[in-house]
Design a protein around this ligand. Structure first.
Ligand code: ADP
Length: 432
């Protein structure tokens, strides 16, 4: 640009100088005429090249850039180089984009790109097969016109995509899909879905197997338990040496029966993804029943208090919630030595409501906390067994809370006590 300016400047200076010489040789009028004539020709030349530039700009193309003359030669040469650079980076970009599209198309998972209005911008081949999307027909259509299942529409509008959603394929009801929405760029979303039919099948087989085994064991155990009871009732007929063995057999049979009942409860909870017996629950009687049961279990060995700080009630399954809450209170009694203190709280926390049980018991070391809700995970298996535990209580609690979209929080310190809290979301809270 600097060069072009100097070129134009020196041209004008040289022309002015030439005209001065002409004026000196002839006269000032002729020199003036020659000077302005030259300027006019110079201007006409510029107008001509501006016109050529305008013509080119209305239909730009790398091969149609004029060659130009004088300063315009440099201008068009610069333009040509810029255009070449631009077209090279554009072709690089489109080949990268093409490669990306090929890679996404080769993915076994469905990928659908949605815009801020949830309209389909692009999708790969698996989305055609699994979600039933039609190429050249469904682009620009809102995704909820094509995937109409209520769970999906709720999930899409929930704006909470931390957990994936399980859904039956609209094309094949035998196929189970796992969908997840990932927001990207400013307001765009990526809908990813994968076929989890095989995992789902294995899961159902595992669940059915546990349920069937538990069910099959129930009958022989009831028979053995019945006979043991009959024999231990025959006082005087059994020698005192054998009596302790009968007691032990009875205790173990009761324990096995409890494990089987808990396993059956777990598989029932697992196979029902949603709540069946949802109702409005008045919390006061439920909380007082919990207190009564905890006192019965403690047999006066602990100080148990109930603190009801809110009139708030809940929407959910009475049986499931009672079972989850009584699991926490019975754990507090079982893991708190005699003379300990147990407090049961029912409190409001903003839009949420919290049920918590605090004890002054043995507590739990921090490294065990993340694993407490695993099946059969016990910190101290001896103590768990001695107090009639099955190792499945908190696992049952976790499933029940999942049904109610609630969360479990555990704070504990070894030797000092624990606080187990259930946090219910605003959607479960009933207006007072
Ligand atoms: P269990 O039937 O063994 O009590 P749970 O699933 O109810 O099984 O609890 C898992 C483990 O968590 C227990 O074995 C125990 O070690 C620990 N635990 C649960 N509640 C408490 C508590 N209030 N205080 C101390 N430890 C607890």
């Amino acid at each position: 640009m600097q060069d072009i300016r100097w070129k134009a400047f020196w041209l004008l200076v040289s022309w002015s100088f030439c005209c001065l010489i002409v004026g000196w040789v002839t006269n000032a009028e002729i020199a003036g005429l020659v000077y302005f004539g030259g300027l006019l020709a110079y201007l006409a030349g510029h107008i001509y090249w501006i016109h050529r530039l305008y013509q080119w700009a209305s239909k730009p193309g790398l091969n149609f850039i004029p060659n130009g003359k004088g300063v315009w030669e440099d201008i068009f040469a610069n333009l040509y180089h810029e255009m070449r650079r631009h077209s090279r980076s554009q072709s690089q970009l489109s080949s990268t984009l093409e490669r990306l599209r090929h890679a996404t198309s080769a993915l076994p998972d469905c990928v659908v790109v949605l815009n801020h209005r949830n309209e389909i911008e692009w999708f790969n081949e698996p989305a055609v097969q699994r979600l039933g999307l039609k190429r050249h027909h469904d682009e620009n259509q809102p995704i909820y016109y094509l995937l109409r299942q209520a769970e999906f529409v709720d999930y899409l509008h929930s704006e909470n995509y931390s957990e994936p959603l399980k859904l039956k394929s609209p094309r094949n009801p035998e196929m189970t899909l796992e969908l997840q929405i990932i927001p990207f760029a400013s307001k765009q979303r990526l809908l990813i879905c994968r076929d989890i039919s095989a995992i789902e099948k294995t899961d159902i087989m595992r669940r059915d197997f546990i349920a069937n085994v538990s069910h099959e064991l129930r009958t022989p155990l009831t028979v053995i338990g019945g006979f043991l009871e009959t024999i231990s009732d025959m006082q005087g007929e059994i020698s005192e040496d054998i009596q302790p063995y009968f007691d032990m057999m009875q205790a173990q049979t009761t324990r096995m029966r409890r494990i089987i009942e808990d396993l059956l409860t777990l598989s029932r909870l697992e196979s029902n993804a949603t709540l069946k017996d949802e109702m409005d629950i008045t919390m006061q009687p439920l909380l007082h029943q919990l207190l009564k049961d905890a006192n019965a279990l403690s047999q006066g060995q602990h100080t148990i208090a109930l603190h009801v700080d809110t009139e708030t009630n809940l929407r959910g399954s009475y049986n499931e919630l009672f079972s989850a809450m009584s699991n926490l209170t019975s754990n507090a009694v079982r893991y708190t030595p005699p003379q300990g203190k147990i407090d049961i709280f029912w409190q409001r926390q903003g839009d949420e409501v919290v049920f918590s049980v605090q004890d002054t018991g043995i507590g739990i070391e921090a490294q065990h906390l993340p694993r407490l809700t695993e099946r059969f995970y016990r910190v101290d298996s001896g103590r768990s067994r001695d107090t009639g535990g099955t190792g499945l209580g908190l696992s049952i609690v976790k499933h029940i809370l999942h049904h109610h979209q609630a969360g479990l929080q555990v704070e504990s310190e070894s030797g000092k006590g624990s606080r187990f809290s259930i946090v219910f979301p605003a959607s479960r809270v009933l207006a007072a």
